[in-house]
Design a protein. Structure first.
Lengths: 134, 255
């Protein structure tokens, strides 16, 4: 086997000899625009991504008040859609005067249906009455 | 001017170490160097900050043209600095910065993030030499293959040869059988390797630990400094020889 199988010694034949950098003098060069454009396609095809800019670490900002986590916003939900698909469910919580709550509970107890169906029947009746009066 | 890109889509392959070793060695031979950093972890900026070296952050110094970029670089360097670190944190005008740097520096050494990112391929499309550092492990070898495939596609699509060399890094101080087998296997598959290997040495770790160049390290604080300096010198010489050989080959093709 050769004493220097990787040519290691040959590279370092004269380690102290000054490097000749004369052929690398600064010289303004122009971007190869064709290559620059074409390379984007290659990068995207290969799954290479454009990363988000990295900013220098900044002074910690004054702590901002953490926005209060909101529960389900019924108004937003109802405003977006008139009616949810049957498969979707959202929770409805509401505060009401005690006599109304008692009346609601009594009504539920007397009706062999889920609470939402009772509410739906009530709303249907309300809408029908409104349509009749118009 | 020569643009050298250190490219590997995997982190921890020795890109930044190789960039610093090369830059330090070329500086000792009076070259002017721009270290162009695309890594958001900012290892080169951290190194340069501690030394008080000239640093440009592209988000703070917008260059709308190559001419503007050149002026910013010259201003940052002043009359005395021969090394400027450009951290390309906005990643919008890398081509302008390369053009601007070409008018000031002998060498632009680009160090991207160790991930599959477009900054890497953008710079590869303009590079005179792409070095693909990798440690002698199966995981690194697979990533090398991915990087090479992309560079070959870049060559094919642009019609411009991307000259690349594989660089074995972080290898044992003495060549092992594994290392020899990896070399033989890669060469058998037609992949070009640099003859020089950057070996695992305390001096290379010392570059970051002490924020120094190889020349500035002291044998009293770093073991095996002579061997590391010889290794660095061999590395730089081979890079320059490769660049000259590529330039000759390119001009022959052009004729």
């Amino acid at each position: 086997m050769s004493k220097d199988p990787f040519g290691f010694d040959a590279v370092a034949a004269e380690p102290n000899k000054p490097l000749d950098i004369s052929s690398f003098a600064p010289k303004a060069r122009k971007t190869d625009v064709v290559a620059a454009k074409a390379v984007r396609e290659v990068a995207r095809d290969a799954g290479f991504t454009r990363r988000a800019a990295s900013k220098a670490p900044e002074e910690p900002a004054t702590p901002q008040e953490k926005p209060r986590k909101r529960r389900v916003n019924l108004g937003e939900l109802l405003g977006v859609q008139d009616r949810y698909p049957d498969t979707e469910r959202a929770q409805l919580n509401m505060l009401a005067p005690v006599p109304v709550v008692l009346r609601w509970r009594k009504l539920l107890a007397a009706t062999p249906a889920p609470a939402w169906e009772v509410l739906e029947a009530a709303m249907d009746a309300l809408e029908a009455a409104r349509a009749k009066s118009e | 001017m020569a643009l050298i890109l250190l490219a590997n889509t995997k982190g921890g392959s020795g890109k930044t170490t190789a960039a610093l070793v090369l830059a330090g060695e070329l500086l000792t031979h009076n070259a002017r160097i721009v270290l162009l950093e695309g890594d958001p972890n900012r290892p080169l900026v951290s190194w340069a900050e501690t030394r008080g070296a000239a640093i440009i952050e592209t988000s703070k110094h917008r260059a709308k043209s190559a001419e503007e970029a050149r002026k910013i670089i010259e201003e940052a360097a002043g009359d005395t600095e021969r090394l400027v670190v450009i951290h390309d944190d906005d990643q919008e005008g890398v081509f302008e910065w390369i053009e601007g740097a070409s008018a000031w520096a002998h060498f632009v050494i680009a160090d991207p993030e160790g991930s599959p990112n477009e900054w890497l391929t953008d710079v590869a499309s303009q590079a005179d030499l792409v070095l693909i550092p990798f440690a002698p492990s199966a995981l690194d070898a697979r990533q090398v293959s991915r990087t090479v495939q992309v560079l070959n596609k870049v060559s094919k699509r642009t019609g411009r040869a991307v000259n690349y060399r594989l660089l074995l890094t972080r290898a044992n101080p003495i060549a092992t059988r594994d290392e020899r087998e990896i070399r033989q296997s890669l060469e058998k598959n037609g992949l070009s390797l640099l003859r020089c290997t950057l070996r695992e040495r305390p001096a290379y770790r010392g570059l970051f630990k002490l924020d120094a160049t190889m020349e500035e390290l002291s044998p009293e604080t770093v073991n095996g400094l002579d061997g590391a300096r010889k290794n660095a010198s061999e590395f730089a010489r081979e890079i320059l020889d490769t660049l000259r050989a590529n330039a000759t080959a390119d001009s022959e093709v052009a004729q």
